[in-house]
Ligand binder design. Structure first.
Ligand code: SF4
Length: 367
């Protein structure tokens, strides 16, 4: 609770006075190569392929601007397609306060992923850094194959899930399943959810939404809001999960379900969560271009051309913050801690459900 109040206060002050702090989290898409053909992502269609260069990355991260970074999220593309991905991990260790690395993988190369995770874990253990993994799974059987655009890939994914369920501690410290919900898999979401319940993993559901980084910002045929039935199914699903999740044991997850439900109910408007990318964290891509978030921010600059201090001095961060903030109310990415409006509506919904406030609550639902 204290942590929430502190973070609410800092978030509000930073927004009011346009204060930008040093990043604590870096989101790092390290390659544009991908072996999946997902219907919710267009990165695989881009012809120019590149990987991050570990030596240059190490140099860039030595800048004092990155001295507070504790956590790095590695995604792509697909990490297992890079020749020596462990060199990227070694480059990250130049960050003095780093205590967590999180990898997202599509799991299409299970053996390669498992042996890579074993190698990375040996490195992270030595340096007292925790390793997290998200495995992307978008449905059961042909639903997953269809969304991924790869025939029979679910079998591989399932074998990987079985191995990780048995021996996850050999490969990482924490893991979850990330399930992206779109028009293509929402009709099967109950079946998917009941399949996942047989595994000991946390499941993170998120909506496929417009995203600049993966070239889906202007094309959104995958979006549940583009189709009334899909929207209804998704809204019902998130509200059902909100009701079933315990407040005392999993308040943060319960809030995430509520924020997604509210966003869908408001037809894609109404962010109830804080977002650290607006006034603190950053994204660095495979070309060492720096952005705020991956969702709506444009490239600020290439870090080989200008240092973060130079960018800060010339007002580039502030300018990008102004540009990006116009999208925040239509964005459901990175939902974690609630903003002030989120706290009020979340608590009201819980109380309303418990004691059925009826009409007294109606004025709030218009907010
Ligand atoms: S657009 Fe979304 S991800 Fe980007 S800063 Fe705003 S809320 Fe955060």
């Amino acid at each position: 609770m204290l942590y929430l109040i502190k973070s609410l206060l800092i978030d509000t002050l930073c927004r009011l006075f346009h204060i930008r702090r040093k990043p604590v989290v870096i989101q790092m898409p390290v390659t544009s190569r991908c072996n999946s053909r997902c219907k919710t992502c267009n990165i695989w269609e881009i012809k120019e392929k590149s990987d991050i260069d570990p030596d240059t990355l190490r140099k860039v991260l030595q800048d004092d601007y990155f001295s507070e970074v504790r956590s790095v999220g590695i995604n792509g593309g697909e990490l297992t397609l890079i020749k020596h991905p462990e060199e990227i991990i070694n480059a990250l260790l130049v960050l003095k306060k780093l205590d967590y690395i999180h990898i997202i993988s599509n799991g299409l190369l299970p053996d390669r992923l498992l042996s890579l995770l074993e190698k990375i874990k040996q490195i992270t253990v030595k340096h007292n850094v925790k390793l997290g993994l998200t495995l992307s799974v978008d449905g059961v059987g042909s639903v997953h194959d269809e969304v991924r655009g790869i025939k029979n890939c679910f079998e591989r994914t399932k074998k990987l899930m079985d191995e990780l369920a048995q021996n996850s501690k050999c490969y990482c410290d924490v893991m979850d399943i990330g399930c992206t919900l779109s028009r293509y898999n929402i009709p099967y979401v109950q079946q998917t959810d009941s399949f996942f319940s047989g595994y000991p993993f946390t499941i993170t559901y998120h909506l496929a939404v417009p995203n600049k980084r993966i070239y889906t910002f202007d094309r959104y045929d995958y979006y549940v809001l583009e189709d009334e039935r899909s929207n209804l199914l998704a809204t019902e699903f998130f509200y059902g999960k909100f009701l079933k999740t315990s407040f005392s044991k999993q308040a943060r997850i319960k809030f995430r379900y509520f924020a997604n439900y509210y966003f869908l109910k408001k037809k894609g408007y109404g962010r109830l969560s804080q977002c650290s990318y607006l006034n603190r964290d950053v994204t660095i891509d495979e070309n060492l271009d720096i952005f705020l978030c991956a969702t709506a921010s444009d490239r600020i600059e290439n870090l080989q051309k200008k240092t973060p201090a130079e960018l800060y001095k010339q007002g580039s961060f502030d300018e990008m913050q102004r540009q990006t903030s116009q999208y925040c109310n239509t964005c459901i990415h990175y939902v974690d801690l609630p903003n002030l409006k989120g706290v009020v509506l979340f608590m009201c919904e819980i109380l309303n459900y418990r004691w059925s406030w009826g009409n007294k609550y109606k004025f709030l639902s218009k907010w």
